[in-house]
Design a binder for this molecule. Structure first.
Ligand code: MG
Length: 242
C-alpha cells in the first residue's frame, strides 16, 4: 500500500494550491468583443457583414481574368452564364464566415457531375462542392457538401431540385511561415440547410479534379464561384471577415 502514498500526497498538495486561488484569477475583461447586431431574420446579414450580392448587381465581383463579370441577374439571383468563366470577389479574404444560397437548374438530361455543378472556392483554391443531389448519383467526395475530392459530407442535406439550398461556411485559412512552409492547414465547418456536413475538417491542400491535394503558400485571396457549364443561381451572399 505504501507505494500509493506518495502520489496521493502529491494530489492533495496540488489541490491545496488551486484551492488558494481566487475566481478572478481566471476571468478577464479585455479586449472586449465588438458588438455585432444579428440580421432581422435567420440567414440575413449581421451588421458587420460584407454584402457580396444583395440581388441587384455584380459590383462586388469580377471575372477570373479581371474583366467585368458576365453572369446574369435573374429574379434577384446571380446566375452562371455557361462559358463566361468563374467569378471572384474584388475583395480578398482570409478567415471568414460565409453565407450563400444556391438553386440548381432544371436537370434536363444531365446526371452526375454535370447536373447543376458549380463550386464555392474559399480563397480561390479550396472547393466546397455545389451540385444537385436530388436523385443524382456521383462519387461521394464530389457530391454536394463535400470538400471536392477530399471529404464526403456527413449527410446528404440537399432538399429538392428547384428549391433554394442554404450554405453556412466557417473557414480558417491555412497559415504559411518563412519560405512558404505550411504552419497550419486550413480547417472548415460546413452547414447545409441547417445540417452539419463538415465538422472542423482539416484540408490536405487544394481540391484538384485530377491529382492529389497539395498546399502552396498564399495570403488573402478572393472568394470564387465556379462556372461548370450549368446555370446554377446564387443569392443572399454575405461574408464576415474574421
Ligand atoms: Mg464544382
Amino acid at each position: 500500500m505504501k507505494r500509493f502514498l506518495l502520489p496521493v500526497m502529491a494530489l492533495f498538495l496540488t489541490t491545496g494550491i488551486s484551492a488558494q486561488m481566487v475566481p478572478e484569477e481566471t476571468e478577464w475583461y479585455s479586449p472586449k468583443p465588438p458588438k455585432v447586431t444579428p440580421g432581422n431574420q435567420p440567414g440575413m446579414p449581421p451588421s458587420d457583414a460584407v454584402i457580396l450580392f444583395d440581388g441587384k448587381d455584380l459590383s462586388q465581383w469580377k471575372s477570373e481574368d479581371d474583366s467585368a463579370p458576365r453572369w446574369e441577374i435573374r429574379e434577384g439571383a446571380m446566375v452562371v452564364k455557361p462559358g463566361t468563366g468563374s467569378v471572384k470577389t474584388k475583395q480578398h479574404f482570409g478567415d471568414v464566415q460565409l453565407h450563400i444560397e444556391f438553386k440548381s437548374p432544371d436537370p434536363k438530361n444531365h446526371s452526375g457531375q454535370n447536373r447543376g455543378n458549380s463550386g464555392i472556392f474559399l480563397q480561390s483554391r479550396y472547393e466546397v462542392q455545389v451540385l444537385d443531389a436530388d436523385n443524382n448519383e456521383t462519387y461521394v467526395n464530389g457530391m454536394v457538401g463535400s470538400i471536392y475530392k477530399q471529404q464526403a459530407p456527413l449527410a446528404n442535406a440537399y432538399t429538392k431540385n428547384g428549391e433554394w439550398q442554404v450554405y453556412d461556411i466557417y473557414w480558417k485559412a491555412p497559415r504559411f511561415g518563412t519560405g512558404g512552409k505550411l504552419e497550419s492547414p486550413a480547417m472548415i465547418t460546413v452547414v447545409l440547410n441547417g445540417i452539419l456536413v463538415q465538422n472542423n475538417y482539416i484540408l490536405k491542400g487544394t481540391t484538384p479534379y485530377i491529382g492529389y491535394p497539395a498546399y502552396e503558400a498564399h495570403g488573402r485571396l478572393p472568394l470564387m464561384l465556379q462556372d461548370h457549364g450549368t446555370e446554377v443561381a446564387f443569392r443572399n451572399i454575405w461574408i464576415r471577415d474574421l
